[in-house]
Design a protein around this ligand. Structure first.
Ligand SMILES: Nc1nc2c(c(=O)[nH]1)N[C@@H](CN(C=O)c1ccc(C(=O)N[C@@H](CCC(=O)O)C(=O)O)cc1)CN2
Length: 284
């Protein structure tokens, strides 16, 4: 029997409704609007689309949104100064620097400059450290979106064998922590793992985040498994995930498509994090 498709667009709409209600409650109680500032450097066409979507989503939810557009020639120092300015502006609760940055700018340095309390991407070492010790404050949006997708779909990870394919700081590692703290037994595998297919086949849950188009094939999936595809790869004019959808859906129990799977939840989680950041700053 073909897998049940987890429809990210529908689930993201449900998530947006929840965040919208929470933002309204916050504003009524505090008389403050949560505020997000997104910085984009350069003219990357996909980045421009994502930044516009974030701005629009904020407007729809009652979050104050500002986009700082800087030219490709912006120096690292100028960008750091802009972050310093936003760090000390108390109307700005969340700061996000859209990635990728131009090659002459050190992304790590830039992301570490954002105040951990305003780091709505959850990429700052302080937030990474908190997640590692089981304190979920500002959590990276994509893996957090996967968890919300499973929760909203009524799928529990408790006690399940989960395999995370990919060990990036942005997805693989935080995904592992989030699954582990929800009592899944997690194996992380990557490009150097021996007998990768056999390891992947152990997963009741398989999260593919390796950044290789259609890498996961049918023989790598346990029958009935929950297959979450985090990959977004452009191949020619087509968008494909890390999973070979057509053949894997024949064996999986649940599967996320690309597009229309995990991607749409990323922006919902960003809005959730913006509200969370505003709450954290008011607690201080
Ligand atoms: N600072 C950050 N930069 C980037 C992040 C991030 O989380 N923080 N992630 C990506 C871009 N991104 C959000 O910024 C993002 C990517 C994809 C989607 C999405 O909804 N994808 C759709 C397909 C969209 C399309 O047609 O192009 C899907 O998967 O269905 C949302 C947000 C890199 N930079």
């Amino acid at each position: 029997m073909a897998a049940q498709i987890l429809d990210g667009k529908k689930i993201a709409e449900q998530l947006t409704e929840i965040v919208k209600r929470d933002v309204a409650k916050f504003e009524a109680a505090r008389s403050i609007k949560p505020g997000l500032t997104v910085i984009i450097v350069g003219e990357n066409p996909a980045s421009k689309v994502y930044v516009n979507r974030k701005h629009k989503a904020c407007e729809e939810l009652g979050i104050a949104s500002e986009v700082v557009r800087l030219p490709e020639t912006t120096s690292e120092e100028q960008l750091l100064q802009e972050i310093d300015r936003l760090n000390s502006d108390n109307r700005v609760h969340g700061i996000l620097v859209q990635l990728p940055l131009p090659k002459h700018i050190n992304s790590e340095l830039v992301l570490e400059r954002i105040s951990p309390l305003k780091d709505v991407d959850g990429f700052h070492p302080v937030n990474v450290g908190n997640l590692t010790i089981g304190k979920e404050g500002l959590v990276p949006c994509t893996p957090y979106g996967v968890i919300k997708m499973l929760e909203i779909s009524g799928i529990s990870v408790e006690g399940k064998r989960a395999v995370v394919l990919g060990r990036s700081n942005i997805v693989g590692k935080p995904m592992t922590m989030l699954l582990m703290s929800r009592n899944a037994t997690v194996t992380v595998c990557h490009s150097r793992t021996k007998d990768l297919a056999a390891v992947c086949r152990e997963g009741d849950i398989l999260v593919a985040a390796i950044g290789k188009p259609e890498f996961v094939t049918k023989d790598m999936v346990k029958p009935g498994a929950i297959v979450i595809d985090v990959g977004i790869n452009r191949v020619g004019d087509k968008l494909v995930g890390d999973v070979k959808f057509d053949e894997v859906q024949e064996v999986a129990g649940y599967i996320t498509p690309v597009p229309g799977g995990v991607g749409p939840l990323t922006i919902g989680m960003l809005l959730h994090n913006t509200l969370k950041a505003a709450e954290l700053q008011l607690e201080k």
